[in-house]
Design a binder for this molecule. Sequence first.
Ligand code: ASP
Length: 476
Amino acid sequence: MSGESFGSTGPLPRSRRAAPRHRLILAGLLVGAAAGVTCNLLWPGAPWLDWLVVNIAQPIGQLFLRTLFMIVVPLVFVSLALGVAGLGDVRRLGRIGARTMGIFLFTTALATTLGLLLVNGIRPGAALDPGVKAALLAEYAEPAAEKVQAAAEGGLSLRTVVNLVPQNPVRAAADGDMLPLIFFALVFGVALTRIPASSAAPVLRLLEGVSQAVMALIGLAMRLAPLGVAALVFAVTARFGYGLLQSLGLYVSVVILGLAIHQFVAIPLLARLLAGTDPRSFFSRARAPMVTAFSTSSSNATLPTTMRTAEREFGVPPEISGFVLPLGATMNMNGTALFEGVTVLFLAQVFGIQLSLPTQVLVLGLTIVTAIGAAGVPSGSIPLLVIALEAVGVPGQSIGLILGVDRLLDMARTVPNVTGDLLTSLIVARQEGYQPAAHIAPAITVDVRVPMPGELPAAAPVATSVVNEQEVVVDH
Ligand code: ASP
């Protein structure tokens, strides 16, 4: 595992090579976006551009995305099980769980409230041109109908709660069904604390080894990041219909403004007040997950990067990051909640439906619940957004109005989703008594068993030592 605690080993020198990696990823984002926007402006719809996107950019982007997704299932299982087992007793787990959920709910409610205030103040729906409305509804009728259908099939009900317990955890993992997988990992971790230490030890050592291997894999995947990020962003920007941005300009501006305020005002404020972290250093260290979230539009795909950043850059103890971050990737979506709140009210405004204050409070509650239930994948929140719309009397089909700009908004909202997770892990670590390290070196600790002569390995004392990253992790 990496550093025992939030800097308990004393401030260690920061990785000299971490900064260039971050800069390379950021450079990938900027180059991809600049190239995509330029091509789109100069040669819109050119066949060669299409060819370039389909045959070069998308395959490279997919390679990066799939590498990240490949890591997610083992990462979630191993880090949650180890995290929970590492927390020791169930009372501590309960306390940390309650704190984590409390922060998730608080930041999500804060984000939605901000969105609702903005959309009520600016009223982008009232300003929408009726011609644009009719044209968009007609153009996106088919995908909108698919989303409505998906919402009807996957609606929120008592079944959703029952389904949290997987009948078969392997199938849940194979289907990428995160909540049941998380449930299994949690109870497995708890179970490890309830069996004799001699039986738990070999399982924990195995999980520890897998965890280190997964971390090494993340290091490898991150090597692809600069190119992968550039390719993903290029593929979107080169083919995006910028005309749509104009038609829906006010709505898009309200969403982006809300996300920006949450990301660059609320989150750093909370980082300062509740985690004792300087906002500038927070953002400079959180760059890799932020850029990965933006380019992949997926909290799940970003989870490996977020875990690595929490542990390596912020020194969050693995038992805390291993518990908070996998939960956060699925359950904590600040940006999504804000986007949903704005969208429900925007569409209500477009259709001339007055939503009273109590109904808006209902919208607030619904967006929090649906943001918790949304999958951390691209457009994961759209089917649940349909449910929220229909619950307050706005036709689900109206989602067609915003589908054309969703790709872009998805990129933007996934950034606060992921940053909110990182923030929560810092706050929980602080609340648990760990002090934020000024700088954390990318060192990891491994258990070194020194079996005494004639002693069975399982009974040998475990010594922990810090080893240099390069010896174990294939990275940089
Ligand atoms: N793409 C978002 C995420 O993965 C979910 C959504 O809002 O659709 O966090």
